[in-house]
Design a protein. Structure first.
Length: 278
């Protein structure tokens, strides 16, 4: 925990402001609080790394009727909208929960009233440089399921976005499966030798070996502690790292080294093709 120098309140690691007195938390030296790669990433990674294009906020004016806003949410498949004033300041946020609590809970239900009367006013707005841990702490303490990110353009992330981010931090949870399945389909659509076809058809059986190689590559500092696996990092960072350690007898058996060697050669040969098919 981080103790506030002003009031002495203990705050979650990664907090930039004291949750008790709102004073800035000055950290002279950030020291690792855990050996867990995922926990380190949550504490150190910024919100700018969470959520993609789908997190871009749907913006509406304060005077827009609720029924029109709900229609926009349905059309754009959004669970929230950010209410923006004429001066481009954030006036509020309207979510599915807002619809239930501030519209459907009334009798009679009035869908014609302006969204400013149904929105959550003056919501907490985070910076894209704030840590993921800070956003999670804010959501827990304030009871929010969404976080507005002050960016250009404005973004809104929710718990699902953060869970997706955490899943991709762990190779066995999402990153490897996603990349390998995509690569398998792409490579099979290309002209391959019978030997290469055999390798790619059996790539599923090699996942555990690739997970093992990933762990060893991090342990030996061939990969960064918070390295994520996507198409580009798999080919540009992971494959060269595995190539360096694949023949180390202290890590891999002769058969494992042979399998890794075949996979490395295949991915190196198809590297440009795979990157162009992202």
């Amino acid at each position: 925990m981080i103790r506030c120098a002003v009031c002495g309140h203990e705050n979650l690691p990664g907090s930039l402001y004291c949750s008790n007195c709102n004073s800035d938390i000055v950290i002279e030296e950030r020291k690792p609080m855990t050996d867990s790669r995922i926990e380190k990433a949550i504490l150190e990674d910024c919100l700018g790394e969470v959520g993609g294009e789908e997190s871009l906020a749907l913006e509406v004016s304060p005077d827009k009727p609720v029924k029109e806003v709900v229609g926009l949410m349905i059309d754009h498949q959004k669970c929230s909208v950010v209410v923006i004033g004429l001066d481009r300041s954030i006036k509020g946020i309207f979510t599915e929960r807002s619809l239930l609590r501030r519209v459907c809970n009334e009798s009679p239900i009035n869908l014609d009233k302006p969204i400013r009367e149904a929105m959550l006013k003056s919501p907490v707005v985070l910076k894209k440089t704030d840590s993921v841990a800070y956003a999670l702490h804010m959501m827990e303490v304030q009871g929010y399921s969404y976080a507005i990110i002050e960016d250009d353009p404005i973004r809104v992330i929710n718990i699902r976005d953060i869970l997706h981010y955490i899943v991709e931090l762990h190779p066995s949870l999402g990153g490897f499966d996603k990349v390998l399945n995509a690569f398998k389909g792409a490579i099979l659509s290309n002209k391959l030798s019978e030997e290469d076809k055999e390798i790619i058809h059996h790539i599923g059986k090699s996942k555990e070996l690739l997970y093992k190689a990933f762990t060893i590559a991090r342990r030996t500092r061939k990969l960064a502690e918070t390295e994520r696996i996507n198409r580009e990092t798999f080919l540009k960072n992971f494959i060269p790292a595995v190539k360096e350690i694949s023949n180390e007898v202290e890590y891999f058996s002769h058969d494992e080294s042979a399998i890794l060697g075949r996979l490395i050669r295949l991915f190196e040969k198809e590297r440009d093709f795979l990157l162009s098919n992202d």
